[in-house]
Design a protein. Sequence first.
Length: 59
Amino acid sequence: MKRLRKNQNRMIFGVCGALGVYFNVDPTILRIAFAVAAIAYGTGILVYLILAIVIPSEY
């Protein structure tokens, strides 16, 4: 069973690295998606902060 956990692949809070491992996607693509959502819609920052609080750490 896969578990969503923050890992060592982190830049700020480790959200994109954790999502990248969980969904088997390059974290850079997710970082770009969050940046576009933040610029275009303004929701990217809010979603990112919520995920940073909710996703547990690996260690």
